[in-house]
Design a binder for this molecule. Sequence first.
Ligand code: 5GP
Length: 120
Amino acid sequence: MAYDRSNVFAKILRGEIPCNKVYEDELTLAFHDINPQAPVHVLVIPKGEYVSMDDFAANASEAEIAALFRSVRTVAKMLGVAESGWRMLANIGEHSGQEVPHLHIHIFGGRPLGPMLVRH
Ligand code: 5GP
């Protein structure tokens, strides 16, 4: 899947729409989810143009990969959930329900998070 520069996180990275920023460095940006599913719900994204974790793991540099995972940890500590526990999640493709085609890692926390998946 080719990267679509009109996706909403690309617009946030270009400063075309606002975000409630938590953390930023040279290679990553973290901001609060607009529709939080937990008391803490933050998205951490690479600044590079990657559709998903599949695209990122295949094509990103070692520096970009390290930076994203370091940022996730930094953000969890900044938000005060490092001690109590938290969850990270990345949706990839159709069956996951991925809505925005720019890789994003969700960080959830602030309460017990329940089972990993909805049981059908
Ligand atoms: P996905 O389902 O793709 O894993 O998650 C997309 C997430 O992006 C959703 O949790 C949704 O609430 C969030 N989101 C969609 N549009 C915006 C936006 O314009 N700003 C922010 N901060 N979050 C957004």
